[in-house]
Write a protein of this length. Structure first.
Length: 404
């Protein structure tokens, strides 16, 4: 194996992580080692709890890529943390289904109880809180995970507070489902692709009642897929098509064509091609028509001899739709009230518009005004630290205009 020369920033991590890192690299074909970046970033987090500048340098050096390439990946995925994290990462789903079933209330209650907001860690270093967008357990909504393991199903604000209190006191409560709770660093080791020998470190089980509810309801109501036999094994390859069952091929004049019958896909493709051709012809005709009418107006008008706008060649219906949702390229978008303010077309649409404040303030969806208020109040009460004890590569201080 080739010797890697580590930069001074990466050396301390290399002294600890070189051996498991080499083990990760060995899983990939020669020349494709850079694909190991994702597990390597998890490995880095086992040591530091986040992807530090040293972690970025370590990954870049061992893979022979530059730090910007590592940073691009590390900043894309939410599972790579940019700041030091606590021992337990408590994630509350505030996505659609969890939200309607109380996920936001659970999150807000934790914000209030812990005094931290999204992606922030309690002063004792135990808990990092985050709201997540679908934890892939919608059937158990609202859900709370600890270090990515399902810990509370159908969570309530009370059960969530009880959980974090237990964790803060050093207990590791038994999760309702999933593996035994471990520390975030232990979890990072698993995510880097190493077996965790702890008892109950990996858990799997049969599907629970909420997951099977749809099946049960279908059984109770006699809903079934016609011809479905649960005892018939699923074939791995498609059975041969019974071509003789297809209708005979005919030409445009409905005369039978000799040879093999045409497959259904070929028939559909042929029909689609015909439809596209017809539509293209219609558009070309329309464009021609407008060009001619533009030319006629030019010749008849005062502007003879000057360059004349040939007019908007787009279909009026398409243009109307664009004006209702304008982009920078949409003509006349400025000053056109209709272009910037969509007009509801019916009562239901009007009610929807009235009930929803416009999006786009750039804030994470889970940070409700209640949560933000709680956090800003707490922040105002706390004395700010003079310096960040653990500045990350992402925490480059901003230079003000005056300082420049
Ligand atoms: S919406 Fe919460 S788990 Fe899917």
């Amino acid at each position: 194996m080739t010797t890697v020369e580590f930069s001074p920033a990466a050396e301390p991590l290399a002294a600890k992580l070189l051996e498991p890192a080499r083990e990760i690299l060995a899983r990939y074909p020669a020349g494709r080692e850079r694909s190991a970046l994702l597990p390597l970033l998890h490995l880095v987090q086992t040591e530091e709890g986040h992807v530090s500048p040293a972690g970025v340098a370590f990954c870049a050096d061992i893979l022979g890529i530059n730090k910007a390439q590592v940073g691009a990946v590390a900043t894309f995925y939410t599972m790579y943390k940019r700041r030091p994290t606590g021992e337990y990462l408590v994630s509350v789903c505030t996505n659609t289904l969890c939200n309607v079933l109380g996920g936001q209330e659970v999150y807000d209650q934790l914000v209030e109880h812990l005094g931290v907001g999204h992606d922030e860690t309690t002063a004792d270093g135990r808990i990092t809180l985050e709201h997540a967008e679908c934890l892939a357990a919608c059937d158990y909504a609202p859900v709370v995970t600890v270090n990515y393991d399902f810990t509370i199903d159908q969570a309530t604000p009370e059960s969530a507070v009880e959980l974090v209190e237990n964790l803060r006191q050093g207990d590791r409560p038994t999760p309702e489902r999933g593996a035994r709770i471990c520390s975030l660093r232990e979890m990072q080791y698993q995510l880097a692709g190493f077996a965790d020998p702890r008892d109950g470190a990996v858990a799997d089980g049969v599907a629970g009642a909420p997951t099977l509810r749809g099946v049960r309801l279908a059984q109770e109501h006699g809903v079934a897929v016609a011809g479905f036999d649960p005892d018939t094994p699923i074939t791995k390859t498609k059975p041969a098509r019974n071509e003789s069952a297809l209708p005979p091929r005919t030409d445009a004049a409905d005369k039978p064509i000799e040879g093999k019958p045409e497959g259904r896909i070929a028939t559909v493709a042929k029909k689609a091609a015909g439809a596209v051709k017809a539509a293209a012809g219609a558009v070309a005709e329309k464009v021609d028509e407008r060009r001619h009418s533009g030319k006629a107006a030019e010749q008849a008008g005062d502007n003879a001899g000057r360059t004349t706008d040939t007019g908007d060649l787009k279909d009026p219906e398409v243009r109307t739709a664009e004006r209702r949702n304008p982009t920078m390229d949409t003509p006349d978008r400025t000053g056109d009230a209709e272009a910037t303010t969509p007009v509801p077309e019916n009562q239901a649409e009007a009610a929807g518009v009235a009930a929803n404040t416009p999006a786009g303030d750039g804030k994470p969806a889970g940070d409700s005004s209640r949560g933000e208020h709680i956090v800003s109040q707490r922040t105002a009460e706390q004395k700010p630290e003079a310096t960040d004890p653990n500045p990350g590569w992402q925490n480059v201080p901003r230079v003000t205009e005056e300082e420049k």
